[in-house]
Design a protein around this ligand. Structure first.
Ligand code: KG4
Ligand code: ZN
Length: 334
């Protein structure tokens, strides 16, 4: 019997819907919200309102693109945590209504676990157990993934997430939100060794980015007091140096985790895994260390419903579904 799922993601500022049949993604529609740009970060209330406007057309397009009618659906997967509570409520209420009216199961999905499982969407796929460095705007984690349903966080940030480190650094440089992709762009023509920012000394598999942010802030203030055009004249080298340091913080801990666990299938996931410097450095480290490396396709790195669909599909296969009074949560235990 074939299994067709509709999946909905609305945890932050992307409204997305996807259709998957037997684990294959048939459509993945993403509506981004530009309304936050001028505020320098996501404004929760505006995000909720934009989700309300986007959700019907986005689901409609996802079904159309997949040539699928609602009658063919066997279940609805939806992000239940973590995320902005108002944003999560829009997606989950929509999914609950559809689940009730079609009398099909509701499957609540953990957003960070879905980022990890984005690596299972396309071949070649990692084999279990694998390690995943999940780097997004709100999280930075090393996850030991024993099966699609069994994962353990073995390292995580003690302060800022990697995406925040990119975005806050970009803000210091006067770049608009989200600054991560812009740092990536400018870094491509810069010298990463020009400004050696300090490396945090955290003993475990955990990460820290707040010291880096402070050192960038003081460095820029000092240089600007001598040369008001310092940022403008050195933007590419500053971006390349910041990016280089964030990447080395991430990959040193990933290598430590791989050596400690002996796991050789290694993945990256989450919005920051779209970073071109990280993708390249990760693959180079993989070659040196003898890893099999995996990175999701670009559209499955940042927030998307295809990853919710794949996570929901594995939960569905295991007979797991949620009641209609399922609660959403800003934070989520693993
Ligand atoms: O996973 P995601 O789309 O949303 C969250 O769940 O947080 O990640 C968003 C984060 C933002 O901080 C954004 O700046 C960062 O991913 N990001 C990047 C790049 N593309 C997205 N950071 C660095 N380089 C990129 N190319
Ligand atoms: Zn995310």
């Amino acid at each position: 019997m074939s299994i067709t799922l509709l999946a909905i993601e609305s945890s932050c500022d992307e409204t997305s819907a996807a259709v998957c049949r037997d684990g294959a993604i048939l459509s993945n529609i993403i509506a981004s919200q530009s309304v936050h740009e001028k505020y320098g970060g996501v404004v929760p209330e505006l995000a909720s309102r934009a989700h309300i406007q986007h959700i019907v057309p986005v689901v409609d397009q996802a079904l159309k693109k997949a040539c699928c009618s609602v009658d063919e659906l066997d279940g609805i997967a939806v992000t239940k945590a973590p995320g902005l509570i108002g944003s999560l409520l829009i997606g989950s209420q929509f999914a609950k209504s559809l689940s009730l009216s079609l009398d099909i199961p509701l499957i609540g999905v953990h957003h960070m676990q879905a980022h990890v499982l984005a690596n299972l969407i396309d071949a070649p796929r990692p084999e279990f157990p694998f390690l995943c460095l999940t780097v997004s705007g709100g999280h930075t984690q090393i996850v030991l993934c024993e099966s699609a349903l069994k994962m353990q966080v073995i390292g995580e940030t003690i302060d800022d997430a990697a995406g925040e480190a990119f975005d806050k650094s970009a803000k210091i440089l006067g770049l608009p939100y989200p600054g991560g992709p812009l740092i990536d762009k400018y870094a491509q023509s810069g010298d990463p060794k020009r400004f050696p920012f300090p490396e945090p000394q955290i003993p475990s598999l955990d990460f820290s980015f707040s010291g880096l942010k402070t050192s960038i802030l003081y460095f820029i203030r000092k240089e600007e007091s001598a040369d008001a055009d310092f940022i403008k004249n050195n933007l590419a080298d500053i971006c390349a140096s910041i990016q280089q340091r964030i990447i080395s913080i991430l990959l040193i801990k990933l290598r430590k985790a791989a050596r400690q666990t002996g796991v050789r299938d290694i993945c990256i996931a989450g919005g920051v895994s779209a970073n071109s410097g990280l993708r390249k450095a990760f693959q180079e480290m993989g070659k040196k260390e003898g890893w099999n490396t995996y990175i999701p396709a670009f559209e499955y790195c940042t927030d998307n419903a295809a990853m919710i669909a794949i996570a929901g599909y594995h939960q569905f296969l295991a007979g797991k579904s949620d009641p209609l009074d399922m609660r959403v949560s800003a934070r989520a235990e693993w």
